[in-house]
Design a binder for this molecule. Structure first.
Ligand code: SF4
Length: 282
């Protein structure tokens, strides 16, 4: 028996998305703030603890005063899940998403250029980067990231042969964080994509950053890899904001997908100390 379709207007999606983006700018995720509080206890360096304290104060002030938690309010990265039983009415969904970004970014910094060579600012932070998925159900799920590019610039991708094995993967991930040093605004969250193809491994790493901090990958071998990577990264000594210390990363999230027999694609997407993300289900 087929269930009846649910009608959702694109104007409803637009309003919900604009509110979500605005809120994400000033309200850092609760799991991140909790991890930062734990890090304040764990950090061995006095200066590192002081910096974490400043980051916590910044998070509190941003939330209390509804001010951006960082001056770089980034590019809007939007994951849209549309249930198969949803009938979207009242206009063009892509246009509604762009309008939501335009509205939400009115009081925020505009960081998007229309062309990577000509570099003219679009003036309204559009276009966003949008990933669509059709899923079973009657809902629309919106997940957003306001992605600062200090950490994005330090992210890397490699198409390895399988012979590099797990040791080669670990070396690449740790080396990426080491090369980033203070530039990714640590303590970082490390999203790792494994498998897929050239075009999908980066998306896996990005999706890894959507996961709540402290939630391991359900596959035991990948959860173990996450723990080992976190220990190795925190042994680098980069510390909060690169001033030295034992908390360089708050978490490592690995997402894996099937791949070709000839390849072991690896992508590392770093997130910074303003890891803005939010979600809503309509
Ligand atoms: S990398 Fe993150 S914390 Fe650093 S300036 Fe950019 S948005 Fe802000």
């Amino acid at each position: 028996m087929t269930t009846p379709a649910r009608t959702i207007s694109v104007a409803f999606v637009r309003r919900a998305l604009a509110a979500l983006l605005s809120e994400a700018a000033w309200k850092l995720p609760t799991d991140y703030v909790a991890a930062l509080r734990r890090a304040r206890q764990q950090e061995a360096a006095a200066l590192g603890r002081e910096i974490i304290e400043i980051l916590l104060t910044n998070a509190d002030r941003a939330r209390a005063e509804r001010l951006p938690s960082c001056q770089d309010t980034g590019m809007a990265i939007i994951f849209v899940e549309v249930g198969q039983q949803v009938h979207l009415v009242g206009g063009d969904l892509n246009a509604a998403i762009e309008e939501a970004v335009r509205q939400a970014y009115r009081p925020l910094r505009k960081s998007v250029v229309a062309d990577p060579i000509l570099r003219e600012n679009t003036g309204d932070n559009t276009p966003p980067i949008v990933h669509y998925a059709i899923v079973p159900g009657h809902h629309v799920r919106l997940r957003v990231m306001l992605k600062g590019f200090g950490a994005e610039l330090m992210s890397r991708l490699a198409m390895f042969p399988p012979a590099v094995g797990v040791d080669g993967v670990k070396q690449f991930v740790v080396e990426t964080v080491e090369r980033a040093g203070p530039n990714a605004c640590p303590p970082v969250i490390v999203g790792v994509g494994l498998g897929g193809s050239f075009d999908t491994v980066g998306l896996l790493a990005k999706k890894a950053l959507l996961r709540r901090l402290g939630t391991p990958n359900p596959a035991p071998h990948l959860a173990a890899l996450e723990r080992e990577l976190l220990d190795e990264i925190n042994a680098l000594g980069i510390g909060p904001q690169g001033f030295g210390g034992t908390v360089t990363a708050l978490g490592v999230h690995v997402e894996a997908a099937p791949t070709h027999i000839a390849a072991l694609p690896v992508a590392v997407n770093l997130n910074c100390s303003a890891p803005r993300r939010a979600e809503v289900i309509l």
